[in-house]
Design a protein around this ligand. Structure first.
Ligand SMILES: Cc1cc2nc3c(=O)[nH]c(=O)nc-3n(C[C@H](O)[C@H](O)[C@H](O)COP(=O)(O)O)c2cc1C
Length: 201
């Protein structure tokens, strides 16, 4: 059975527009792909510790001892083993909330999600064929004059290359906090895009 890993970084919980968009995508996806198991990793519940010196020292100690089966590496093993991945995270400070960065640091483990071949070249070790980022943004960061500032989707796309995940996709509603925009219409449009994407993802 195939597994989709859903990483929930929507800090505002049930009030989150990003989470509403992600839940709509996942419910449409489940209708079309009943054979796929969806496993949620809720980063608010996880409360993963940042890599403070003692956390990193412990990780290095375990890694150097070859103990990649230690429970602290479980998030990395889960990520590496998923068949497809959906990350939902609001756009914060031009990227995403810190809890997602903590998670990404936790799963970026050499010899689990990525590694190096005998010639020293970086190789991705993650099984997933595709990763979808679902986000909502207050402003519009797809315009020619603002697109360069966007650092969330850009970072995740680069990480996909490192992890060996060939396809990165983005589902985004933006301009939601711009008083000139019809927020409900923008969100409804993104919900429609979620339905189309659920069929092809
Ligand atoms: C802490 C914080 C930082 C934010 N930073 C940005 C930003 O840099 N650019 C932007 O366009 N919107 C920013 N926003 C607005 C959010 O991207 C927007 O309201 C989004 O829809 C929130 O998603 P949510 O409803 O899932 O929480 C920020 C919001 C918060 C709470």
């Amino acid at each position: 059975m195939s597994e989709l890993l859903f990483v929930n970084a929507c800090v505002r919980g049930e009030r989150s527009r990003t989470l509403a968009l992600a839940r709509h995508f996942l419910s449409e996806y489940a209708k079309i792909h009943p054979e796929v198991t969806v496993t949620e990793r809720d980063l608010m519940a996880d409360r993963l510790e940042p890599q403070y010196p003692e956390v990193l020292a412990r990780r290095d100690e375990l890694w150097n001892a070859g103990k990649l089966d230690d429970p602290s590496f479980a998030p990395a093993r889960q990520f590496a083993g998923a068949d497809s991945i959906v990350i939902a995270a609001p756009f914060w400070d031009l990227s995403y909330p810190a809890i997602l960065k903590i998670y990404l640091e936790r799963i970026s483990v050499c010899d689990i999600t990525f590694g190096y071949d005998a010639d020293g070249n970086s190789v991705g070790l993650s099984r997933a064929e595709k990763l979808l980022l679902i986000t909502t943004r207050g402003g519009n960061f797809s315009l020619p004059e603002t697109e360069w500032m966007e650092s969330g989707a850009r970072h995740l796309k680069a990480l996909c290359a490192m992890y060996g995940i060939p396809s990165f996709q983005l589902l985004c509603a933006e301009g939601l906090d711009d008083v000139r925009n019809d927020k409900a219409a923008l969100l409804a449009q993104a919900m429609g895009e979620a339905e189309t994407l659920a069929a092809s993802f």
